[in-house]
Design a protein around this ligand. Sequence first.
Ligand code: C5P
Length: 218
Amino acid sequence: RHVPVITIDGPTASGKGTLASAVAEALGYHFLDSGAVYRATALSALRAGLAPDDEAALAALARALPLAFRGRRILLDGEEVQEQLRREDVGLLASRIASLGAVRQALRQLQLDHRRVPGLVADGRDMGTVVFPQADLKVFLTASAATRAGRRHAQLLARGESANIDSLRLDLESRDERDRNRTHAPLRPAEDAVLLDNSALSVDETVAAVLKAWESRR
Ligand code: C5P
């Protein structure tokens, strides 16, 4: 039986996670936040004191990553880490180690295993290009840098953290730059991706656009 996959890729803070989980919910599908997989590897590396360029050690760590998704909870070796994974230092290290080919390769199977009946919605940077190239629907979600920085800012404030919107913008632009220019699985739309810019769309409008694209494919 064919297990359908919808991929949602795009730059930092474009709203991929919110969109992907809402689409998964609407369709009753599983949801994979692949960024959390890289973030969990980063958190694990920080705890183990690994150097950010020690590719062999990081790949070994990634290959044995004791990571489990339980609804909204993310367990690393049995401990709930979903809050810690959102830390800026964890995101920054995730982006650095995500440029290492051996780390990406080590995390591939873990991501593929999320494809289970009745279907999967996966979000990240290379879901449609590398991990699920045969996906049934590929979306590439973008928003202007100003919009994305504004959203990240609001998220941090809501969590009671302080943040400077200009430095957030610089930070996300440099992260995207690294994601786009890396050798392994660079951030780019798949050739058959639907491009969606949600700078001027609400969450509901964005979800509706993807569900409509999904309906028209079936
Ligand atoms: O999406 P999120 O910010 O959680 O991802 C953290 C980092 O992990 C990104 O900056 C990116 O470098 C990396 N990543 C990746 N491929 C994915 C998902 C995330 O390289 N599929």
